[in-house]
Design a protein. Structure first.
Ligand code: NAD
Length: 547
């Protein structure tokens, strides 16, 4: 039983206005007497289930997705426990609202739908006072920080300070999918300006109406933030999210051995894609070591996936050079080969000896890949010719069209199953409905990062790990793949049902924590029962009793 001590002395209206403590009409008779609430609430006491019924009815009455988003955010601002119970019990329905694709729309209109601030804002004018800003945050035990500078929001480009919707949404998923306590989550917007001319001209835009900060001053601001975060929240993991391509790779490279940090666009995407490839082995009969991977797109997602495949192959005994040679990339200029002089650093490590090849179709014919992975943001680039070539070369071709949102997918699920005569193993970034092809129903898999990052975060928290390593994403991918059932595979689905996400996240967390203990990445002693320790740390959205 919880005591009033947990309320930090809060009572009356102050208690009703604290979303982490508020229970609204569910405060009981004695709580109302003891906590100065009598008369501040309607007399009839509700159960949380009755409240759920009301909020669900209100939610479903909203006429469009943006209104649903606004409704959910307002609920979160009033009553976090109720918000999380609602979202957790209707995750498939609400995930596309609190995260992609609706969150993208909300970010585009952020300055126009803004009600009240959430999270912290650090701007380029705050150089020298970042620590003080972090100290203004009301919670002391922050464990996960999600920070963005808004330069590459989903597939929508530079949205400046409007990008705040992303850290907020991502952290909601940490709680909904892995039970990370909302009081331990901190969303941050690093406002370094924007180069989006429409936003610069919008009088309701809430960020600094200035061009983006670049160069040493930008790096100094990020460095000040990381150092301040390590001082103010020494147990926090910092997740960099939706930074532009060049900064994302640089910052990950610079901080991964200096702080407890990771980049979900690079490493989380890699984890969920690797899991899909591992599950596919059970359908193709081909181990990863015997496969060849061809990527369309060599950005954060593509290179991240390539690096993790290399890590996985190395752990299976393949030498690094050979492992890299199993991964090939086509970017906007054609096949990534050694003779090209235009390659940035992160692409060079996958540039192999080969004559230049201009098109994806030619690359497929020349390289004969077993898997084709689309992370280009370019719709309809897996053409009929390309997919049919994959189907000719492979008994079960692996075709992942991961670009988001749905309109950007390299091909649709229907196209994949039709052009491969039902033999394709398909996964996408955004959800596709089941497809009936010649009387057989195929369930496309969704390579949703939410299968990976919440569990990784929970594992890092539960083990108090000082670093987040590629090995952690590898074990997370392996664990996720083992949770795919024979029933899932029978309908062609290479990821577990989203309904099992908390169970999935808990299991991933145990594996991730195990890596932290084995690799001496923590000062914590390994609990005898790690699984129980992880589960104990998970947030329960049912109301506690305060008396
Ligand atoms: P990015 O900007 O870092 O990289 C895009 C890459 O695509 C670049 O290498 C670019 O050269 C290449 N490209 C552009 N036009 C091309 C063309 N016509 N042909 C071939 N290559 C081309 O972006 P990113 O973060 O890597 O994301 C890429 C896509 O992957 C986005 O649509 C994003 O939504 C999607 N994504 C999906 C998931 C997921 O499914 N879980 C996760 C992350 C990203």
């Amino acid at each position: 039983m919880t005591t009033t001590l947990h309320l930090h002395g809060k009572r009356g209206v102050e208690l009703l206005h604290d979303p982490l403590l508020n229970k609204g009409t569910a405060f009981g008779e004695s709580e109302r007497d003891l906590l100065g609430l009598r008369g501040l609430l309607p007399p009839r006491i509700a159960t949380q289930e009755q409240q759920l019924e009301r909020v669900l009815e209100n939610y479903r009455r909203k006429e469009n997705d943006l209104e649903k988003y606004i409704y959910l955010i307002s609920l979160q601002e009033r009553n976090e426990a109720l918000f999380y119970r609602l979202v957790m019990e209707h995750l498939s329905e609400m995930m596309p609202i609190i995260y992609t694709p609706t969150v993208g729309l909300a970010c585009q209109k952020y300055g126009h739908i803004f009600r009240r601030p959430r999270g912290l804002y650090i701007s380029k004018n705050d150089q020298g006072r970042v620590k003080g800003i972090l100290q203004n945050w009301p919670q002391a035990d922050v464990r996960i920080i999600v920070i963005t500078d808004g330069e590459r929001i989903l597939g929508l480009g530079d949205l400046g300070a409007n990008g705040m919707g992303i850290p907020v949404g991502k952290l909601s998923l940490y709680t909904a999918c892995a039970g990370i306590d909302p009081s331990q989550c901190l969303p941050i917007m690093l406002d370094v300006g924007t180069n989006n001319s429409a936003l610069l001209a919008d009088p309701l835009y809430l960020g600094l109406p200035e061009p983006r900060l670049r160069g040493p001053e930008y790096d100094a601001l990020v460095a000040e933030f990381v150092s301040a975060a390590q001082q103010v929240f020494p147990k926090a993991c910092i997740q960099f999210e939706d930074f532009g391509n060049a900064n994302a790779f640089r910052l990950l490279h610079h901080y991964r051995d200096r702080a407890c940090t990771f980049n979900d666009d690079i490493q989380g995407t890699a984890g969920v894609t690797l899991a899909g490839l591992i599950s596919s082995e059970r359908l193709t009969g081909l181990p990863l070591t015997q496969q060849k991977f061809l990527f369309l797109g060599a950005g954060e997602a593509g290179i991240g996936i390539g690096d993790l495949i290399v890590e996985a192959l190395k752990l299976s005994g393949v030498p690094e050079k050979k492992a890299r040679e199993q991964c090939w990339f086509v970017d906007s200029k054609g096949l990534v080969v050694k003779s090209r002089s235009d390659l940035v650093e992160h692409k060079r490590r996958f540039a192999h000896d080969h004559k230049p090849v201009a098109s994806l179709l030619e690359a497929v014919e020349a390289l004969k890949p077993t898997a084709l992975i689309g992370v280009s943001g370019m719709p309809q680039t897996f053409t009929e010719d390309v997919v049919k070539a994959m189907a000719r070369l492979n008994r079960r071709p692996v075709i992942f069209a991961l670009s988001n949102p749905t309109s950007k997918a390299e091909c649709t699920a229907v196209q994949c199953y039709t052009w491969t005569e039902g033999r394709g193993i398909f996964a996408s970034g955004s959800p596709f409905s089941p497809v009936n092809y010649l009387g057989v129903t195929h369930q496309p898999g969704q390579g949703n990062n939410s299968y990976i990052f919440p569990g990784v975060g929970l594992g890092v928290i539960a083990s108090e790990a000082r670093r987040v390593t590629d090995e952690m994403f590898y074990v997370a991918a392996r664990q996720l793949a083992t949770m795919v059932t024979e029933e899932d595979l029978m309908v062609g689905r290479i990821y577990p049902d989203l309904k099992r996400i908390r169970e999935v996240s808990a299991k991933i967390a145990v594996q991730v924590a195990e890596v932290a203990f084995q690799r001496n990445l923590t000062n914590m002693l390994r609990p005898a029962n790690l699984e129980a320790h992880v589960k104990e740390a998970m947030f329960d959205p049912h109301y506690p009793s305060y008396v």
